[in-house]
Design a protein around this ligand. Sequence first.
Ligand code: ATP
Ligand code: 3PG
Length: 399
Amino acid sequence: MSIRTLDDLFAEGVSGRRVLVRADLNVPLDKQTGAITDDGRIRAVLPTVGALVEAGAKVVVCSHLGRPKGAPDPQFSLRPVAGRLGELLGAPVHFATDTVGDSARSTVADLADGQVALLENLRFNAGETSKDEAERGAFADQLAAFGDAYVDDAFGAVHRKHASVYDVPARLPHVAGRLVLREVEVLSKLTGDPERPYVVVLGGSKVSDKLAVIEALLPTVDRLLIGGGMCFTFLKAQGLEVGTSLLEKDMVETCRNLLERSGGKIMLPVDVVVADAFAPDAAHDTVRVDGIPSHRLGLDVGPETVAGFSAALSQAKTIFWNGPMGVFEMPAFAAGTRGIAEAITKADAFSVVGGGDSAAAVRALGLDESSFGHISTGGGASLEYLEGKALPGIAALEN
Ligand SMILES: Nc1ncnc2c1ncn2[C@@H]1O[C@H](COP(=O)(O)OP(=O)(O)OP(=O)(O)O)[C@@H](O)[C@H]1O
Ligand SMILES: O=C(O)[C@H](O)COP(=O)(O)O
């Protein structure tokens, strides 16, 4: 990979220079209070931001948060993230209340050497995610004006062809940050010739997003274990009734087709925890997958499934896990995710956890992060990397 790194930038000298850092500070927020529930993605950029501070750069950090629709939306403000970043760095982070407007211009202009600014959410501007190159380019011009050099440390967003990821590096001297380099280095071990058996565990809620990766991984993996919200579309494809569980009806046929072609590699749950409602205190029971009542919904995999999946994982030499096995945010439906996570840590295997929610689950359940080989900050990004797709953010760094 012919990508310049932070060390190359340091060799040129950064003291007194403005360095624009694209980070992925898209952290989960509590729906009621707006508080940050997992700061893993903020911690993950500290090596890059900290090193730039130490070297005396004027550090201008930018990121998206959530999916606002191209205009300011207070629930997606990065202000709380600026506070947390400041706490972790041990120095205040100057927050610009807009992204490329008056506040951003004066905040950047006032930065002293070794100080850090965070711009407001990139996606408050339609140009960030626009499909129109000219619109994206115009926004990229405004952003690029805040830096003498650009560092991409937003691994979680490298699969997005967005202005801050794809167009800004074409306008400034650019390098990869420490996090992007580490992620690519580790994930490349899974795309080469992974030690076998290679077992992939997929869960979470975004079936349609993950079908392409299943398609791409099937020839490569020895076993594919599917749980979480996405398993119900597969169970439906097997002709089972899934009650009011999460279901992507228009994907049932594709799932049936995948099951037929999987050569028995796909393992689905045999039991699930069903509840009366999507609520922490909902009445719930464990049932066989062929006995899901029509008025109830599956919110976790059951103990027999955990045992079966764990047995497969205990044989593995390489493991990739993306997506929680159930609604782990609610304690009543966290056992499946905990069980699978524990099985992964016990396996004598190189294990990678990919996905914002999966990584958050590891921490929320109090599991020892160091028992995993690597915890990726990228959900969609790590999946698309494994699919072998060209990632716009990486391609832009290579140019
Ligand atoms: N049975 C289920 N029904 C509904 N939602 C579920 C179920 N099982 C898991 N989930 C939800 O799936 C969500 C995570 O899914 P997602 O596909 O976004 O995971 P991820 O790939 O780790 O995250 P990201 O894509 O944000 O990096 C969690 O919030 C969890 O509550
Ligand atoms: O959470 C993620 O996977 C990244 O921050 C990218 O977010 P996006 O899917 O909204 O582009």
